[in-house]
Design a protein around this ligand. Structure first.
Ligand SMILES: Nc1ncnc2c1ncn2[C@@H]1O[C@H](COP(=O)(O)OP(=O)(O)OP(=O)(O)O)[C@@H](O)[C@H]1O
Length: 625
């Protein structure tokens, strides 16, 4: 059995009696007899140590005693055909889910483990409010989203809701929404939650920072609370049977989704576990053994768990792929196919599948259709577009001038004090070496910087992220490993020191600022090396109502091969299923079952179809897990 450095550290830690769970502040602990630090994965921090833990109390709500029952040896629940019977739909539920149902898997008394005390996941928020002031936590600027165009296509699309109160998500979940200070649903939530609650498969595209995580977590948690799943876990020693699987491309993003899902499911009885590479697998195995309803994972670690026969996917009712286009591109597709199609996961139509991203190239949409059944396509804002909340600047900077130019920017930022003391700056570079070198150079020049990339240990990666988030090191130099999904409050400025090759990567990178209705600034250094991006960048900026410098427009006009994948001026949805019915200047790109709504008064200028145009580049996969 393979063992990693992290495992051996964990083993050492437990042998020394220090207990991985004993760290409670995210600090890296030190073993008594050694100077080696014990790695405490983020999802275990803030857990009370066993020594200080109060007597176990159950989750707030009653967990049905039936949940604890497992069939006797040889007993099966569903007969021969596991997939028999329709998926339970449910519409916008009016019954069940009141409070605290939880899944079959939330109280593994059959494994003789006491129930744990559930740590209050909202405690951390209070601490961060003290560091940064609480003005940022009071909710979203909904005015910023008022005019957003929305496109849905597919059969019988359930209508959107305007408030959380219109949806019966269950009391406990509603209470957690209140604790999160979510006053009303964001546009993607307004549309996606009713669709998912109705049991429909969904491919959803919505701008960065617009609340997609909650859009897929709420229906999953609510569905599990309502007990929509029909099977009880078979008795297989030490094998976990999650009911929902959420996959994401990076370890840090999986941790973040896990943290969010824990908040949303607090006191619901729904148990969330995370599994990701680079952290001790033994601890993750122990977590899984305690029971899991929702498993959040990176693909590599999940494949490992499946191969060790420690996780079975046969009870999966909900599958969510976050950053779905990334998960299905060349880097991850084989692993995703293995997990979804070659193990024991129920097929489309039996499980419910939800794909979310801010970008969805047509080729990837086509691939994704394999995983879906009679799905609804939802686009909130322009597919693959950036939000208008981000002011985008592009500056022509020769390769050799980039460092001094960055320093000028940072000096100006400091001098103006525009963003205040706690403003964070995220600087994207192309290579891991480049990240190390720039971090070093910044530090040498008295700019407190840290770096995150795929060659750093998990411990170093998390430490860098923590130091950045808390403002201790307000400059983070990163490769694309930090480009997607990370929700770091107070990132005021994203600098594309090296521009990516693919416009979608640019969209995700700049989306680390201007989140949840707040404004942000993104500066890109452009030179001859980026010619192939000129057209797409110029189109994107135009679509986002940004000023395109004349020199960039000239580059765009000149770059024959830099064909825009955006088709120019298109807004609203872009469901690839509709391409065949599209005719230039003609009928109904949005007709025939598609719904378009939005505040952009002018008629859409459709431009050329198939904006994707083969320009998609799987990107710098080496930066990823
Ligand atoms: N209804 C809401 N009201 C207020 N804030 C919200 C609401 N929904 C989500 N948020 C906040 O908005 C921020 C962005 O949400 P989230 O990280 O889910 O965005 P995203 O769409 O997944 O972004 P990305 O495309 O970058 O992954 C988070 O801080 C989240 O807590």
């Amino acid at each position: 059995m393979p063992t990693s450095w992290a495992d051996s550290v964990a083993a050492e830690a437990s042998a020394a009696g220090s207990g991985v769970g004993s760290a409670n502040n995210g600090a890296i602990g030190t073993n008594s007899g050694s100077n080696r630090s014990a790695y405490v994965p983020p999802h275990l921090r803030n857990r009370p140590s066993s020594a200080t833990q109060p007597p176990p109390v159950s989750y707030a709500g009653p967990v049905s005693s039936a949940n604890d029952r497992v069939p006797g040896q040889g007993e099966t629940f569903q007969g021969v055909n596991r997939w028999a019977g329709p998926r339970v739909g449910g519409g916008i539920s009016t019954g069940g889910g009141r409070g605290t149902g939880g899944g079959w898997n939330n109280s593994r008394s059959n494994w003789g483990r006491p129930r744990e005390r559930e740590v209050n996941p909202f405690e951390d928020d209070d601490n961060s409010e003290q560091v940064f002031g609480d003005q940022e936590n009071t909710g979203i600027n909904f005015d910023a989203y008022e005019d957003i165009p929305v496109e849905t296509s597919g059969d019988n699309v359930p209508p959107p809701v305007n408030t959380f109160a219109e949806i019966d998500l269950g009391d406990a979940l509603n209470e957690n929404i209140r604790r999160c200070k979510y006053v009303k649903p964001t546009p993607v939530q307004r549309h996606a939650i009713p669709i998912s609650l109705a049991g429909r498969d969904l491919m959803a595209c919505a701008q960065t920072g617009s609340g997609k995580t909650a859009a897929f977590c709420f229906p999953i948690i609510s569905g599990i609370m309502r007990g929509q799943h029909g099977q009880r876990p078979p008795r297989v020693p030490r094998m976990a049977f999650p009911l929902a699987l959420i996959l994401s491309p990076t370890r840090e993003l999986s941790c973040q989704i896990h943290d969010e899902a824990k908040k949303f499911s607090y006191q619901t009885g729904v148990r969330v576990v995370v599994a990701y590479g680079g952290a001790p697998i033994n601890q993750q195995l122990r977590d899984l053994e305690r029971g899991v309803d929702i498993l959040v994972a990176t693909p590599g670690r999940l494949v490992d768990l499946l191969e060790r026969a420690r996780v079975s996917l046969q009870l999966i009712r909900y599958l969510a792929l976050d950053e779905a286009d990334r998960m299905l591109d060349m880097g991850f597709e084989p692993q995703i196919r293995k997990i979804v199609q070659q193990m024991d996961m129920p097929p489309p139509g039996v499980r419910q599948t939800m794909l979310f991203s801010a970008t969805f190239p047509k080729e990837i949409q086509r691939l994704a259709a394999d995983f879906l059944s009679n799905y609804i396509f939802l686009a909130v804002g322009r597919v693959g577009s950036s939000t208008d909340l981000i002011v985008q600047r592009v500056e022509y900077v020769h390769e050799s001038d980039k460092r001094s130019h960055l320093m000028d920017l940072l000096h100006a930022q400091r001098a103006n004090g525009v963003h205040g003391k706690q403003a964070l700056t995220l600087v994207f570079v192309e290579t891991k070496k480049g990240a190390d070198a720039l971090e070093h150079w910044l530090c040498m020049n008295s700019f407190p910087a840290t770096a995150i990339h795929g060659d750093r240990t998990q411990q170093e990666r998390e430490q860098a992220l923590r130091s950045f988030k808390t403002g201790n090191t307000p400059i983070l130099v990163a490769t694309d490993v930090a480009a997607r999904g990370l929700d770091i409050p107070h990132v005021a400025h994203v600098v594309n020191f090296d521009l990516p090759n693919d416009i979608d990567d640019y969209v995700h990178r700049i989306g680390r600022t201007g989140r949840a209705g707040k404004s942000g600034l993104a500066t890109a250094f452009f030179n001859e090396n980026n010619t192939s991006l000129a057209r797409a960048l110029s189109d994107l900026m135009q679509e986002s109502n940004q000023e395109v410098p004349a020199w960039l427009a000239r580059f765009a006009a000149r770059s024959g091969h830099g064909k825009s994948r955006r088709g120019g001026g298109r807004f609203g949805g872009r469901d690839f299923r509709r391409d065949s019915s599209f005719t230039r200047g003609g009928s109904d790109y949005y007709g025939g079952g598609g719904n378009f709504s939005g505040g952009y008064g002018a008629a859409p200028s459709y431009g050329a179809p198939a904006g994707y145009g083969g320009a998609y580049n799987p990107g710098v996969t080496s930066a990823w897990d």
